[in-house]
Design a protein around this ligand. Structure first.
Ligand code: URA
Length: 281
C-alpha cells in the first residue's frame, strides 16, 4: 500500500471496495492461487463420493509467491474427509441442543472461519412447520440466528398472513455460516453441512418442511429443476429415521424482495401450506 496516500484517498479506496461488494477482509496479503501446484486426484472409485467432492486428498503445495499463512479451516481435512466427519458428528447428537453444540465446534467447513456466528436456528423446535433457507446474511451472522434481516421481515409477514408467528415454526438454513459477501454456498460447502441439517430435521421432526429457495429445495428434496418450476408442488421428504414429512418448495423471500411481482406465487404457496395445516390439502 502506498504510504503517501492521504486519508481522503484511503477512504475513497475503501468506499470503492464496499460498493463493489467487498465487505470482509480474509487475509492481509494477496495469494497467487494459479501458482499453486495441484496435487494428484484420487480416483472417484476410491472415495465413494460424487465427482464434485472428489478433490485431492493431499494438501496443496504452498504458493510460490508471498509468505504462506495458514488457511482457515482444518487444513488436515480434505473435503471428502470433512463430509465423513460431519456425518459421524451429526449422527452422534441425541438432541437439537447437542447438535448445535457439536456443529459449533465442527471445524470441517472453512465458512466457519470467516463468519462471526453460527446461525443454527430460530423459532420453536416443537412447531408443526420447519422452514429451511440457504445461508445466513450479514444480519444473521451478526445476531447468530436465521432470517433476521429484510428477508426475515418479509418471511414474518408471509407467515403472519397465514396465522403463524416465529413461535409456531422452526427455522434453519442448509448452511449455518455466512458465505463471504453473501455468495451462494459452493456444492462442497453444502455437502459438508448436509449431515447437520438432515439431522436437525430428523430431531425437530416437523409435520411440514418448507424449503425456501433453490439450494434448499434441490439439496433437501433432490429436485433437479429450478425453483420456479418446482415451487408449490408438494412432495415427501424422508427423514434419516425413515419418517415421511410433507415438503413444499417455495420461492426465497430474498428473491421476492428483488422480484416483487413474484410475491403472488409465494403467497399462493403459503396459502397451500395453510390448507395443509388445516387438513384441507
Ligand atoms: N437467507 C437465508 O437463506 N437464510 C437466512 O438466514 C437469511 C437470508
Amino acid at each position: 500500500m502506498d504510504s503517501t496516500l492521504d486519508r481522503d484517498a484511503l477512504h475513497a479506496i475503501l468506499d470503492f471496495h464496499v460498493e463493489a461488494g467487498v465487505d470482509l477482509a480474509l487475509d492481509e496479503t494477496p495469494h497467487n492461487r494459479f501458482a499453486e501446484t495441484p496435487p494428484p486426484r484420487v480416483p472417484a472409485a476410491e472415495t465413494n463420493l460424487p465427482p464434485a467432492l472428489n478433490r485431492p486428498v493431499e494438501k496443496a503445495a504452498p504458493p510460490a509467491t508471498s509468505s504462506p499463512r495458514p488457511l482457515p479451516g482444518n487444513p488436515a481435512l480434505a473435503p471428502e474427509e470433512a463430509v465423513l466427519l460431519a456425518r459421524e458428528q451429526a449422527a452422534s447428537a441425541p438432541t437439537l441442543e447437542a447438535l448445535e453444540d457439536i456443529f459449533g465446534r465442527f471445524d470441517g467447513c472453512a465458512l466457519k472461519f470467516s463468519a462471526k456466528n453460527l446461525a443454527f436456528a430460530d423459532g420453536n423446535p416443537a412447531g408443526r412447520v420447519m422452514l429451511v433457507g440457504e445461508a445466513p446474511g450479514a444480519d444473521e451472522d451478526r445476531i447468530g440466528k436465521p432470517f433476521m434481516g429484510r428477508a426475515g421481515q418479509l418471511l414474518d409477514k408471509m407467515l403472519a398472513a397465514i396465522g403463524l408467528g416465529r413461535d409456531d415454526v422452526y427455522i434453519a438454513n442448509v448452511v449455518p455460516w455466512r458465505p463471504p459477501g453473501n455468495r451462494t454456498p459452493t456444492p462442497q460447502e453444502i455437502a459438508i453441512c448436509m449431515p447437520f441439517i438432515t439431522r436437525q430435521i430428523a430431531l425437530a421432526a416437523p409435520e411440514f418442511l418448507v424449503c425456501l429457495g433453490g439450494p434448499s429445495a434441490q439439496n433437501l428434496l433432490n429436485l433437479k429443476d429450478g425453483i420456479l418450476r418446482t415451487r408449490g408442488r408438494w412432495s415427501t421428504y424422508t427423514a434419516e429415521d425413515g419418517r415421511a414429512i410433507r415438503a413444499l418448495p417455495t420461492l426465497h423471500p430474498a428473491y421476492l424482495l428483488r422480484q416483487p411481482l413474484q410475491k403472488r406465487l409465494g403467497w399462493r404457496d403459503f396459502q397451500s401450506l395453510r390448507r395443509a395445516l388445516d387438513g384441507r390439502d
